[in-house]
Ligand binder design. Structure first.
Ligand SMILES: Cc1cc2nc3c(=O)[nH]c(=O)nc-3n(C[C@H](O)[C@H](O)[C@H](O)COP(=O)(O)OP(=O)(O)OC[C@H]3O[C@@H](n4cnc5c(N)ncnc54)[C@H](O)[C@@H]3O)c2cc1C
Length: 262
């Protein structure tokens, strides 16, 4: 069954995550080592968090974990998993330098350091039914959970169609460009489409330019009745996408899943 997942997660989380009472925390918080750090862009980093021995969490692709540093337990922030639930032994999150936690993670996190991890939760889950078409709409770092979606669909050789419509300022802002291109080559049901909103005229970018609009969505989605739309990232992009789908395309809320980062 489909349902609208319009969670303003950050606002919901804030009341919970800023509690100063460490003893009231859920018991299943796990300390994990940063096993690997990968620079994706000059302001964006992927952290691989190694599961401790015998840790076998049950979770789903598309969920988020909540992280905090041992020296600052009051300050917790949510990060979507950019790995899939079929990747075992670690979680990966991909973080943009933004705000206090985003800056600390990108500028200071190093291999060998440890972070507290509140296990995955969330309902921004891919519906991998064969007759559905997942149309995933992302801006900037909002693409992170869709790497998990595309990985799982490809790893499991699913026949569900998935189209990623990704808006970035310029070509150098595309996160996971090589991986999405490789997944598209491997998986005949996955399409990776990018639009650049601020590529200047001299830029050699051959792809689409301009904002995500209803015409582009309609053109790429094809049969709208089987589409399930996912939008993730900063609130402005997610709300603009929701309005395009609901008000312009007149599709019901059951076909829309949203993850707002606040
Ligand atoms: C479910 C969920 C999943 C998420 N997944 C990801 C993810 O995969 N990757 C990712 O990078 N982020 C993700 N986020 C966002 C992340 O949780 C943090 O909010 C983010 O890293 C910013 O850190 P912060 O909250 O400490 O920023 P804060 O310091 O609280 O700042 C919040 C915002 O205000 C702006 N700001 C701060 N101070 C000023 C000022 N003086 N003037 C103007 N603007 C200011 C900051 O630039 C920032 O945009 C997710 C959020 C949620 C709720």
């Amino acid at each position: 069954m489909l349902f609208l997942t319009n969670i303003s997660v950050k606002s919901r989380l804030n009341s919970w995550i800023e509690t100063p009472l460490i003893e009231n925390m859920p018991k299943n918080i796990v300390l994990m080592e940063i096993e690997k750090v990968t620079w994706e862009l000059e302001d964006t980093k992927t952290l691989r968090l190694k599961w401790p021995e015998d840790y076998e969490p049950i979770y789903k692709t598309g969920q988020f974990i909540t992280l905090y540093w041992p020296d600052c337990p009051k300050y917790k922030r949510a990060y979507s998993l950019s790995s899939s639930a079929l990747d075992r032994g670690f979680f990966e999150v991909t973080i943009k330098r933004d705000g206090k936690m985003g800056t600390r993670m990108v500028d200071w996190a190093e291999e060998g350091q440890k972070l507290h991890v509140i296990p995955p939760v969330g309902r921004f889950l891919p519906v991998f039914e064969p007759d559905k078409h997942l149309v995933c709409i992302a801006g900037g770092s909002g693409v992170t959970p869709f790497r998990g979606f595309a990985r799982e669909a490809t790893q499991s050789k699913l026949t569900t169609r998935m189209t990623l419509l990704y808006s970035v300022r310029t070509p150098k802002d595309i996160i996971f460009r090589d991986e999405f291109t490789a997944l598209e080559a491997e998986n005949p049901h996955f399409q990776f489409q990018v639009t650049c909103t601020r590529a200047d005229e001299a830029d050699a970018w051959q792809g689409r330019r301009g904002r995500i609009d209803a015409d582009w969505i309609t053109d790429r989605a094809g049969n709208l009745s089987t589409a399930i739309f996912y939008a993730c990232g900063p609130t402005t992009l997610v709300e603009a996408t929701e309005s395009l789908i609901r008000d312009t395309l007149k599709l019901p809320k059951e076909q829309i899943k949203l993850e707002k980062w606040g």
